[in-house]
Design a protein around this ligand. Structure first.
Ligand code: F6P
Ligand code: MN
Length: 333
């Protein structure tokens, strides 16, 4: 055991001193929720909560017991402290009202409580993604208050529940990783100021959708697959975990490009991933780590949100590769 490491509490208190000190307290509550979720998912089948429910969420996706339970964990851990004006989540159609018995603050917490939850029954990494915005003053949030572009995020982060539980956070001053020490219960700063390598030879995309992609994405992936004998003159490697959190984590650790592009499988859906609680927080973390996050046609953080649960194409990771796919989109358009 090492003494003197920076704990998450120390880090957020130092980083938010002054302007956003109340957000520091909120982040500590978020971290408490994450520890609860980590303990829950870490029990696997022993928790008795594996499997699906009869309900669907606003996206029409079947809810798992763990989706609902982890959503509750975050609401209960974060509603009481007086920092929040409201919360919104992938698992709730409408924003959550802070109960009347609690004071209200000016921050807005938006989250995906259990991302990649199709993986939770097969013991593969899952995660929690969150984004913090603010309204002009303390009080009860209106639904429209949540519709702010990613540039306006004050903080963003995710927890990954893998062999180790980690919390990766940005408060607008770099991207930093903390590892949960299960014995002491502390998150310890183990990965300060993460930087995504600019170049990569590793891509991640669900190729079963290949026939539905737009030509610029087809071109990029074809060139990767052609390897040394193609125009890229280099062999590429592919990974697909089907947990965005795990995919983004790998990219923060060693580079890569992750794509869930627009496809024409269901023309009503302009992508698979949700802007407010998946794409925006991940875009902040990747951008703060020197990477790029794009829809192919604009930067994710510039996308003006229209609805809470809107979907968006996502291409993110190592700068040179994401910029290349952006260029292929420009050439195609
Ligand atoms: O929340 C959406 C999500 O589970 C992501 O975590 C993941 O990247 C993606 O969906 C997996 O999609 P698919 O089922 O098409 O592989
Ligand atoms: Mn998700």
């Amino acid at each position: 055991m090492q003494f003197g490491r920076t704990t998450l509490s120390k880090f957020v208190i130092e980083q938010t001193r002054g302007q956003h000190s109340e957000m520091g307290a909120l982040l500590i509550d978020v971290a408490a929720a994450v520890k609860t979720i980590s303990a829950l998912v870490g029990k696997g089948a022993l928790s008795g909560f594996s499997g699906a429910l009869d309900s669907t969420n606003v996206q029409g996706e079947v809810q798992k017991k763990l989706d609902v339970l982890t959503n509750e964990a975050i609401l209960r851990h974060c509603e009481w402290g007086g920092q929040l004006a409201g919360m919104a989540s992938e698992e709730m159609d409408e924003p959550y009202r802070i109960p009347d018995q609690y004071p209200r603050g000016r921050y807005l917490l938006i989250f995906d409580p259990l991302d990649g939850s199709s993986n939770s029954d097969v013991n593969v990494s899952v995660g929690t993604i969150f984004s913090i915005l603010q309204r002009s003053e303390a009080g009860e949030a209106e639904p429209g208050d949540f519709l702010q572009s990613g540039h306006q995020q004050i903080a963003a982060g995710y927890a990954i529940y893998g062999p180790a539980t980690m919390l990766v956070l940005s408060v607008g001053n770099g991207t930093h990783g903390f590892t949960l020490d299960r014995e002491s219960g502390n998150f310890q700063l183990t990965h300060p100021d993460i930087k995504v390598p600019e170049d990569t030879r590793e891509f991640a995309i669900n190729t079963s959708n290949e026939r539905f992609w737009e030509p610029p994405v087809q071109r990029y992936v074809d060139e990767c697959k052609a390897g040394k004998t193609g125009v890229r003159s280099a062999d590429f490697n592919m990974r697909w975990i089907a947990s965005m959190v795990a995919e983004v984590h790998r990219i923060l650790m060693r580079g890569g490009i992750f794509m869930y592009p627009k496809d024409n499988k269901d023309p009503a859906k302009p992508g698979r991933l949700r802007l407010m609680y998946e794409a925006n927080p991940m875009a902040m973390l990747i951008t703060q780590a020197g990477g790029v996050a794009s829809t192919g046609r604009e930067r994710i953080l510039d996308v003006p949100p229209e609805t809470l649960h809107q979907r968006v194409p996502v291409l993110l990771g190592s700068k040179s590769e994401v910029e290349r796919v952006e260029r292929y989109h420009q050439e195609y358009d």
